[in-house]
Write a protein that binds this ligand. Sequence first.
Ligand code: NAG
Ligand code: NAG
Length: 421
Amino acid sequence: MGSVTLKIGDGTARFKRATVCSSAVNILMMFSVISTNLFALYAFTSSAKYHQNHLFHNTHKNISLISEQVSLILKEIDSSQKELAKMERELLGYETIDISRPNIANELKIFLQRHQLPLGKDSRTAITEMVASVGHSCEKSADLLSQYMTYKVSGPCPDDWSLGQKLILRGCEPLPRRRCFAKSVPKVGLSPFPISLWRPVSEKILTWSGLGCKNFGCLHKNKLSRECVDCFDLASAHENQKFVNAKSKSDFLTDDVLALASGGIRIGFDIGGGSGSFAARMAERNVTVITDTLNIDAPFSEFIAARGLFPLYLSLDHRFPFYDNVFDLIHASSGLDVGAKPEKLEFLMFDIDRILRAGGLFWLDNFCCTDEEKKKTLTRLIERFGYKKLKWVVGEKVDTAAGSGQSEIYLSAVLQKPARV
Ligand SMILES: *[C@@H]1O[C@H](CO)[C@@H](O)[C@H](O)[C@H]1NC(C)=O
Ligand SMILES: *[C@@H]1O[C@H](CO)[C@@H](O)[C@H](O)[C@H]1NC(C)=O
């Protein structure tokens, strides 16, 4: 800087002066630069530090904010899942019975309590306590159930069997009443077997409480169902010609069906069997048939028993209380029609298949299909089981009983269960 000298007259001096002057300026400038830089450096470092601090703080704050948000979301998911499970339980009607509720009958609490085995764990079954259960659908009818379970222990049961049946029809099965004496009706004039099969049953030995009708005449007028047009009148041709004389080609005869099996039919199960005439005809062929029936509008169970036959009081929603592959024959008619949902019929068909032995016969007897579509659905379902069709008859009848005059499709079939491995 100061070392450059230009010798051009006065200019030199001026320049020299300028040099001296510029040195001072330079020093000043240098100072200023350094100080500015120092200031800047200071400012920078301090601001960076401040900034960094700020950033760290923010990030920290943001992370805790995020984790807070995440836990909120998780909580939300958890409560939604609980809500969903609750909705599902409500839809299915599933709730465990809360026996701590105030209006629960004490007898129900005692029945449902677990009882420890007195000698501890049982070595054969490996259980340590006795557990009683009621159907989970009982919860839906908790008030009816409590009413049903309010009785004097060791006393006479209230005469309310129809209340019990109401519970069963709402899926409350099995019923928990155990510790009272059921009303008994003197069974006078029962006939010995096999005369009992077709001897008229006295009205007096049946329970009529809880029923709209109080005698056979009323039942006859009321036309109970397709299977029971006149089924309590054993002298009527309608009842005593069934299975021995065919009225149409969809009516099969017991002897024809038994011949298909070439022997080996010894025990059977009849679903929705009216007053038990199928079991009676089979009993004459030395085949023991259990008749599944509830007492819908009529005293079916007692009537069947009075004929010397075995009534099973069980709704079709219940899994059949039999082990797999035990029956040689299962007979069912329109009683098999359990409603609109195809799954309902599937549940039933699979259970029928389960209790029928390989080689055993499933006799579908005049199943009424309201239309062609229903017949197709049923046919498709049956064919899925791979049974051998020994008989298959589709008929049409004009419904004169209901007076509508509409024709209905009837399906009758005898199917043989295949052996599956
Ligand atoms: C922290 O969140 C705020 C808004 O809440 C946002 O402006 C900022 O950029 C975030 N900082 C970091 C470091 O994520
Ligand atoms: C039923 O069994 C009895 C006694 O064993 C016998 O006498 C009768 O012939 C049998 N009836 C039929 C139809 O097989």
